[in-house]
Ligand binder design. Structure first.
Ligand SMILES: Nc1ncnc2c1ncn2[C@@H]1O[C@H](COP(=O)(O)OP(=O)(O)O)[C@@H](O)[C@H]1O
Ligand SMILES: [Mg+2]
Length: 252
């Protein structure tokens, strides 16, 4: 790939102290991600996916190794890379538009207004600008999360199972929306999931992590154009390959 390197993960491992003992949850992992790439980290629960994403975001210091973004070591969180999780939640005491504008408090009023209007429209929440999060459905709230993250113009988006609490139909719709946004804005995306369909629908490359303590088991390029036909033989072949990697049966 000719695009410049955005992210380099070098020998990153994490151990947590449990009952006074160091317990390794992530074996040393090494990988790169190019600018504008959608990279997916896929693996079973507990293999260290969230841990790894927190290290990339600068929220957690690795036990060993380092993360470089644009060639600079990551030492702390930075608004240029935004982490979207399902637990984090929007601010319930702010309206939809106030939530989107929250990260723009230091910008001139006119720019803030313009950004808020742009992202409201992009995620289809124009009709709910003055609503409070409690009045929104789960899918709308998650779209609000994404809008709020994008509004600060991060150059990296870190998504941690951002859609997994949603029902299947909303999840499917949001993936399409994320791809539409991604096509419009070309962010570098690192996406964590345990859902192999999510990985196959969104990613340019899937890194499969092993059972805990997670190590990189496999890197799979998904060279299928968007929109992806999830019934095509190529898609199904990748699907089968990921089932194999995860040790899952083809028939249930
Ligand atoms: N702060 C912490 N202290 C101790 N153990 C933790 C901490 N955070 C996560 N863990 C443990 O580390 C392992 C990996 O967690 P996590 O990165 O959340 O995995 P995943 O996102 O792949 O499900 C799990 O066994 C989890 O219980
Ligand atoms: Mg997790």
């Amino acid at each position: 790939m000719s695009r410049p390197l955005k992210l380099r993960v070098r020998g990153v491992s994490v151990s947590y102290a449990v009952d006074g003992q160091a317990r390794r949850v992530l074996a040393p992992v090494d990988f790169d991600c190019h600018e504008g790439e959608v990279l997916c980290l896929l693996g079973p629960t507990g293999c260290g996916k969230s841990t790894l994403l927190h290290v990339i975001g600068g929220f957690l210091k690795p036990t060993e190794g380092e993360v470089l973004i644009d060639g600079q070591p990551v030492t702390r969180p930075d608004p240029r890379r935004i982490l979207v999780t399902q637990e984090r939640g929007v601010f319930p005491w702010l309206t939809v538009e106030e939530n989107i504008g929250f990260g723009l408090a230091d910008r001139p009023e006119a720019q803030r207004r313009e950004r808020v209007a742009h992202y409201l429209k992009l995620v289809g929440l124009e009709g709910s600008a003055r609503a409070y999060p409690a009045e929104l459905s789960g899918g709308m709230k998650q779209r609000l999360e994404v809008a709020r993250a994008l509004a600060v113009h991060p150059d990296m988006l870190l998504l941690d199972e951002a859609f997994s609490a949603l029902d299947a139909i909303t999840r499917y719709t949001l993936r399409q929306e994320l791809l539409r946004l991604w096509t419009a804005e070309k962010k570098t995306v690192v996406l964590v999931t345990h859902d192999l369909d999510e990985a196959l629908q969104l990613a340019d490359r899937v890194l499969v992590l092993s059972a805990p303590p997670g190590r990189l088991q496999r890197s799979l390029d998904i060279a299928l154009p968007h929109p992806r036909d999830i019934t095509s033989p190529e898609y199904l072949q990748h699907h089968r390959q990921l089932l194999d990697e995860l040790g899952l049966a083809h028939r249930i």
